[in-house]
Ligand binder design. Structure first.
Ligand code: FAD
Length: 269
């Protein structure tokens, strides 16, 4: 098989520059609910870490088994095995601090680390990556997702104006995970229970969405949950509820039976 030479006039694709790894230390650990921990990370290397859109993401690098702290990754070196994707929930630039909410879902370097996290422990952080281009002039927003998307939802709700309406459908393991959501907007939050069996991911959300019915025509939808559930709910929105494709932003935040699901699964396949 022959390979065509690149056209001399074709512009060279610029290599994607990764942000430098930043060393951060745990300064606070809070239990929000039995399966959700808020961990504050702080460090002088967070200087210049800026988040401009809600629901953006960052990469956290956790220690490998036997390591007291992770090795500093090379900016353009191989991706560390224990790197995972998280949402910067609140960034306090002056204090060089960022809060991260972790779902304690069970096995996995991130969840296992979060379950034992203590003040003084070290992680590396890279990013941020792009977030949700929120239509601030849209009158209505529908946020559909599971516990892993709650931090993203909180950043979206925090950015909405008082004139907006937001309906939030959240799937959690059980009612013990429910908590108040803050926003200037008028928020109607509905919590649904998945139960402890993760193979049921998304089913309670689908049922809740069918019960809620078609959203108003100008509603913007942010949908983030388990990857297969996200695809089913996207189809439900488009085919059963008549939502225009262009008004839905879908994100697979994790995938049943898969480690380190990628950060760019938009479900448009
Ligand atoms: C843009 C983006 C932002 C995200 N923000 C957050 C956030 O702020 N907080 C947060 O908690 N998560 C967030 N996630 C999800 C998080 O990246 C994944 O849950 C990740 O896989 C966790 O890594 P782990 O090492 O614990 O498990 P992995 O090693 O990746 O997976 C181990 C096993 O656990 C299962 N698993 C992974 N995640 C979950 C889950 N949430 N529930 C049930 N089973 C799971 C996998 O299917 C696999 O079988 C985000 C994901 C994306 C793409």
């Amino acid at each position: 098989m022959s390979t065509l030479p690149a056209s001399p006039s074709a512009p060279e694709a610029a290599p994607r520059k990764r942000r430098p790894p930043r060393r951060v230390q745990v300064t606070r650990v809070q239990t929000l609910s039995p399966l959700m921990r808020r961990i504050t990370l702080q460090g002088a290397e967070l200087e210049g870490f800026e988040v401009n859109d809600p629901a953006c993401y960052m990469k956290l690098i956790f220690p490998e088994p036997g390591q007291a702290e992770p090795e500093r990754p090379l900016p353009d070196g191989p991706r560390p095995k224990s790197m995972r994707t998280y949402t910067p929930l609140a960034v306090r630039a002056d204090a060089h601090e960022v809060d991260v909410d972790f779902v304690l879902h069970g096995d996995g370097p991130a969840s296992t680390w979060a379950a034992q996290a203590q003040v003084g422990q070290v992680l590396f952080l890279m990013g941020p990556g792009p977030g949700y281009k929120l239509a601030l002039d849209a009158p209505a927003h529908l946020l559909i997702g599971d516990d892993s998307a709650l931090p993203a939802f909180e950043t979206i709700l925090a950015a909405l104006p008082a004139s907006a309406q937001a309906q939030v459908l959240v799937e959690v393991v059980d009612a013990g995970e429910e908590r108040p959501l803050q926003s200037a907007a008028k928020v109607d939050a509905r919590w649904v229970a998945r139960g402890a069996d993760n193979t049921q991911a998304g089913q309670a959300l689908e049922a809740a969405l069918r019960r809620a019915g078609a959203p108003a025509t100008d509603t913007r939808v942010y949908l983030a949950c388990e990857a297969a559930a996200m695809r089913r709910i996207r189809q439900l929105l488009i085919e059963e509820l008549g939502v225009e494709r262009s008004r839905i932003v879908g994100r697979g935040y994790w995938k049943l039976g898969t480690v380190n699901h990628p950060d760019h699964d938009y479900g448009e396949d």
